[in-house]
Design a protein around this ligand. Structure first.
Ligand code: PLP
Length: 394
């Protein structure tokens, strides 16, 4: 029996694959240090969990509107607008189970088969997967290490043309932690306007930014809100990865199309999850601020520890909770090194190549774990790399 072509090119997500292998080793009694999973290591804040539990006890367990309950849409419009200094109307807000549907459905609603979609490489693997399923033409833009592993704007200029329908950006970035500055966003906005493209701006890490910096949103640039889809959610900011709660902000016409896609696919987001999200937005924000301050210290420890290992070069990213060290001097593929690290040193990391071909020669490590495990993991990395012979550059 044949399957449809549209799922032929799909590949599993590296993080889930490495996690599964690491768990197999743990089942055999090995002690593994997890730098592969991209989620906070602490539990959902208690006030948020309690709001969810109370909502279940109160019977908030039925269908809701496919785009979310009005109170949550209103709260998101207010808070997301305040954060970005823009006006957002509640009917521009689409609530979804996690941020991923807000990557998937706007792309399905926007592109015809054969339209080009420009996306960051290395980048979050779902971008490429969704473009493939939607039968778009994937056009990777390399993130350049010289640009602090952020968008290479000259490369972008070359790649966007009148066949480009959507440009995907992600700041702060997974996997590099790079943050796009306002001037860079202005440049991207100009290109988008010139070629009449949509912008899908994945801002899921926008609250995880260091040194008191904010991550500017391209939607705040004049003339951009009518062609931008902001992707955001609760998973990373409030340690709610398993609750499945995300949202999108987009022009009303597109929101109506996305609503229909949600209606006929997932139906709606769990009511009690939405009420937990409402508490997350309206409750105290201090715990989130403390978590970001702690991530910053963990980032500093991780970056210093990695740069101390001969042959590794690691930039200091300004956001998210990832580092993306360059391991090219070892002359091995990042997949080979990641596999050896797991088997021989008991350290789970992701190969840069699982984020696209320009990720080859790098590893992605998440430092959303304890200081103690970061120190132990760095020790193991050091002794592994000290024994690994260095050969010529890839
Ligand atoms: N976008 C980026 C860049 C991510 O790193 C992730 C999760 O790792 C997502 C979107 C998906 O988020 P969610 O788990 O809320 O669907």
């Amino acid at each position: 029996m044949a399957y449809a072509k549209r799922t032929e090119a799909l590949e599993p997500e590296g993080a889930y694959q490495v996690l599964a292998r690491a768990q197999l080793l743990e089942a055999e009694g090995r002690e593994i240090i997890h730098f592969e999973v991209g989620q906070p290591d602490f539990d959902t804040f208690a006030n948020i969990s309690l709001a969810g539990i109370r909502a279940i006890a109160a019977g908030k367990t039925r269908y809701t509107s496919p785009v979310g309950i009005p109170e949550l849409r209103e709260a998101i419009a207010v808070e997301a607008g305040k954060q970005r200094d823009i006006t957002i109307y509640p009917d521009q807000v689409v609530v979804s189970p996690g941020a991923k549907p807000i990557l998937f459905f706007p792309i399905l609603a926007l592109i015809e088969a054969g339209d080009e979609v420009v996306y960051p490489d290395p980048g979050f693997p779902s971008y490429r997967a969704i473009i493939d399923v939607a039968e778009g033409v994937p056009v990777p833009v390399r993130l350049s290490e010289d640009k602090k592993i952020s968008f290479d704007l000259e490369a972008l200029d070359q790649l966007v043309n009148d066949r480009t329908k959507v440009i995907i950006i992600n700041s702060p970035s997974n996997p590099t932690g790079g943050v796009l500055a306002k001037a860079e966003l202005e440049h991207i906005a100009e290109i988008a306007k010139k070629h009449d493209c949509w912008l899908l701006s994945d801002e899921i890490y926008s609250r995880t930014v260091y040194e008191g910096m904010g991550a500017p949103s391209i939607a705040a640039i004049p003339g951009m809100s009518e062609r931008t889809v902001i992707v955001d959610g609760f998973s990373k900011t409030y340690a709610m990865t398993g609750w499945r709660l995300g949202f999108g902000i987009m022009p009303k016409g597109l929101a109506r199309r996305v609503e229909l896609l949600l209606t006929h696919s997932i139906g709606c987001t769990a009511h009690f999850t939405q009420l937990a999200g409402l508490e997350a937005l309206q409750g105290p924000q201090e715990q989130t601020r403390q978590a970001v301050a702690l991530y910053q210290r963990k980032r500093d420890l991780m970056v210093a520890g990695l740069n101390d290992i001969p042959g590794i070069m690691c930039q200091k990213p300004q956001g998210a909770f990832y580092v993306f060290p360059n391991i090219k001097s070892y002359g091995r593929s990042s997949e080979e090194i990641a596999n050896w690290l797991l088997d021989q040193a008991g350290v789970a990391v992701l190969p840069g190549s699982s984020f696209g071909r320009y990720g080859e020669g790098y590893l992605r490590l998440s430092y959303a774990t304890s200081m103690k495990l970061i120190l132990e993991g760095l020790e193991r990395l050091r002794s592994f790399f000290e024994r690994l012979p260095r050969s010529k550059m890839l």
